[in-house]
Design a protein around this ligand. Structure first.
Ligand SMILES: Cc1cc2nc3c(=O)[nH]c(=O)nc-3n(C[C@H](O)[C@H](O)[C@H](O)COP(=O)(O)OP(=O)(O)OC[C@H]3O[C@@H](n4cnc5c(N)ncnc54)[C@H](O)[C@@H]3O)c2cc1C
Length: 456
């Protein structure tokens, strides 16, 4: 039997060193805006609020430390992806609205680079694009369809033949690829911690080790006293499922990652990935990777089980069977990695709404605001959310506040046991769909049948 790997901190936290400690809330207080959650959603919101109206008193309340959640642990793709595709957005919100959202997402990728530059955040930001290889006929069919549709939405997606694809990423079994320039690689922990520092430099107060127990109109009740505020922003993503009144808004789904030791130049010559490009393939059960600034491969994927009752626990960040599957997949993609040491294994929960539709909004009647449900596309989308919330909270009517995800309400997730059964069946179906496609070479029937339950 394989030995169970020891839990490790994420590569990103290891590289960034111990987080800067900030004191908890020490007494009941009153502010203009109370933001709950110091991940990217909460911090981008505070950042753009402070920029727009420096006189506003903004307090960010965090139960652990800034960047503790998915924002400090993710795959580091600052992409233009939104969890709902453009065609589906057009069906529910109309074509012009879908076009506006696509344009806003593309611009967001560059906006993050601009903030890093202006604020001096050293997050290894590099705008290198994303390569999605097709490994097999069924994946190539999807690659072609994606490239054909993209142009209609203003998305630059280039279809590469086998030779061109292999020239950029020599993964095994590659028959072609799509490439989009609209993605940057980042070091997630450095991005979120740098942003926390930038936010504080602009006069925002962040309190750590302070747990919000209830978010209510006009106040946040915490385990360290009550914060009164004209506006309350919920920025808790996966943990939203632990808050009273929001338990069925999103489900926590785990994504897990591994990282190799730094690879020698010969390995990179064989793999071929240039710096700055992120990569994936066109399978159903999402995988994602990046070449890090120090020449490692950081690689992740879904497939970890959903836990009964939307439970979140640090123990769920470590799933030996998923780590082993990720290692197998990485080696299958790049046989040159045989014998390479895996130095880090980690994971975290992300948030998925019932229709997979991210949302941002403000209820003007109650002063309660929110953003989340990004699935695995939150690194950039949180930035768009932060700018949008800043506009909403300062009463501005802008192109951002008119985007179709503003005010979107997803229906609630089912109660247990249906939720547990449905989500885990969905995860299993995606694995089966990939096996089916490998065997038949045709787009999966399982995936088509299950698509209404998987949100796409
Ligand atoms: C392993 C992994 C890989 C991913 N890869 C990518 C990727 O490559 N690209 C991409 O775009 N997206 C990716 N994602 C998703 C992305 O990281 C998230 O969508 C994004 O970081 C969400 O940011 P957030 O601020 O909304 O939530 P989080 O970063 O999760 O922050 C929520 C914060 O709220 C705090 N909190 C929770 N409850 C309370 C409470 N009661 N009181 C006070 N504070 C509270 C938490 O401690 C946490 O700090 C990945 C996610 C994971 C887990």
């Amino acid at each position: 039997m394989r030995p169970v790997p020891e839990p490790t901190p994420s590569l990103w936290a290891d590289q960034a060193g111990p987080p800067r400690a900030r004191p908890p809330l020490d007494r009941a207080t009153s502010v203009d805006v109370a933001v709950v959650g110091a991940g990217l959603t909460g911090l981008w919101t505070a950042y753009y609020l402070a920029r727009a109206e420096p006189s506003l008193e903004v307090l960010v309340v965090e139960s652990e430390h800034a960047g503790f959640g998915a924002s400090g642990r993710n795959g580091g793709w600052a992409s233009a992806l939104f969890p709902v595709g453009a065609a589906a957005l057009a069906r529910s919100h109309g074509e012009p609205a879908a076009q506006s959202l696509r344009a806003a997402m593309r611009a967001t990728v560059r906006e993050i680079g601009e903030v890093c530059r202006v604020e001096g955040i050293d997050a290894d930001y590099r705008l290198g694009g994303t390569l999605a290889v097709a490994r097999g006929r069924a994946q190539m069919t999807r690659a072609r369809a994606q490239a054909a549709q993209a142009a209609g939405w203003g998305d630059a997606v280039e279809l590469l033949d086998q030779e061109a694809a292999r020239g950029r990423l020599a993964a095994s079994g590659v028959v072609g690829a799509t490439f989009t320039p609209d993605c940057a690689r980042v070091q997630p922990a450095r991005l979120v911690r740098g942003l926390a520092d930038a936010v504080e430099a602009r006069g925002v107060r962040i309190v750590e080790h302070t747990r919000a127990l209830a978010l209510e109109p006009g106040r946040v009740r915490t385990d360290r006293g009550t914060v009164r505020a004209r506006h309350v922003v919920r920025a808790t993503e996966a943990w939203t499922a632990t808050l009273p009144g929001s338990r069925r808004d999103v489900v926590p789904v785990y994504s897990l990652m591994i990282a190799t030791e730094p690879l020698p130049p010969q390995a990179w010559d064989a793999i071929g990935l240039r710096h700055g490009q992120t990569f994936t393939d066109h399978r159903h059960l999402v995988i994602y990777g990046q070449r890090t600034a120090d020449d490692r491969l950081a690689f992740g994927g879904r497939g970890a089980p959903y836990h009964w009752g939307s439970a979140i626990d640090p123990a769920f960040d470590h799933e030996p069977a998923v780590f082993a599957a990720l290692e197998r997949t990485l080696l299958e993609l790049f046989p040159v990695l045989a014998g390479t040491r895996i130095t880090h294994r980690w994971g975290g929960p992300l948030g998925v709404a019932r229709d997979w539709h991210a949302t941002v909004g403000l209820d003007r009647r109650t002063g309660m605001a929110w953003a989340g449900g990004y699935v695995g596309d939150g690194v950039s989308t949180t930035n768009l959310a932060g700018r949008t919330l800043a506009d909403l909270l300062t009463g501005r009517d802008t192109t951002l506040t008119r985007l179709p995800w503003v005010g979107h309400a997803s229906r609630a997730w089912e109660t247990e046991p249906l939720r547990w059964l449905g989500i885990n069946a969905g995860l299993r179906a995606m694995t089966l769909a990939d096996i089916e496609e490998r065997l038949t070479g045709r787009p999966s029937v399982v995936a088509r049948v299950m698509s209404p339950f998987l949100g796409h």
